[in-house]
Design a protein. Structure first.
Length: 150
């Protein structure tokens, strides 16, 4: 069974590939009966995108992909929450922000330690391939590495 598609054309002249509404050959965006609602949806979508950009600039938030970005967002949330009236709800929010910030910090520290251990393991592997005498145990090497580097 072939799927139905909207019978309108896009601004580029291509056929619209959206699914049409029930009992109408057009999708929501192209249906003349839903034109006012579609225009309002487009307007609200533009406002939302504009608001996101404005907030990102005002708060200097660039995303939430890195630990630094997460820390920045938590800082903004904490500062905005501190500006609110002192209530039990505000205290709970601040407590949760602190708890989350500690988890982000712990995650960053673990990432650093893992990267350092991986670098050490690569160096140890290279040294092993060049070594003629037997090496110490892995535990002894890891303990020595932590004492020297962490």
């Amino acid at each position: 069974m072939a799927s139905r598609t909207c019978s309108a054309r896009t601004a580029a002249g291509e056929p619209c590939r959206a699914t049409p509404r029930r009992d109408v050959p057009f999708c929501f965006a192209h249906d003349p009966d839903s034109a006012p609602e579609a225009a309002e949806a487009r307007r609200l979508g533009g406002l939302r995108r504009r608001k996101e950009t404005t907030l990102a600039i005002a708060y200097e938030v660039t995303g939430i992909r890195t630990n630094e970005e997460l820390e920045r967002l938590l800082t903004v949330a904490a500062m905005e929450t501190l500006a609110l009236d002192n209530t039990p709800a505000r205290s709970r929010v601040l407590t949760e922000i602190v708890r989350t910030a500690l988890k982000v910090r712990e995650s960053a520290q673990l990432e650093e330690r893992i990267a350092a251990l991986e670098a050490w393991a690569r160096r140890a592997e290279i040294e092993d391939s060049q070594r003629t005498r037997p090496r110490r145990s892995l535990f002894e090497d890891a303990t020595k590495f932590e004492e020297e580097n962490l």
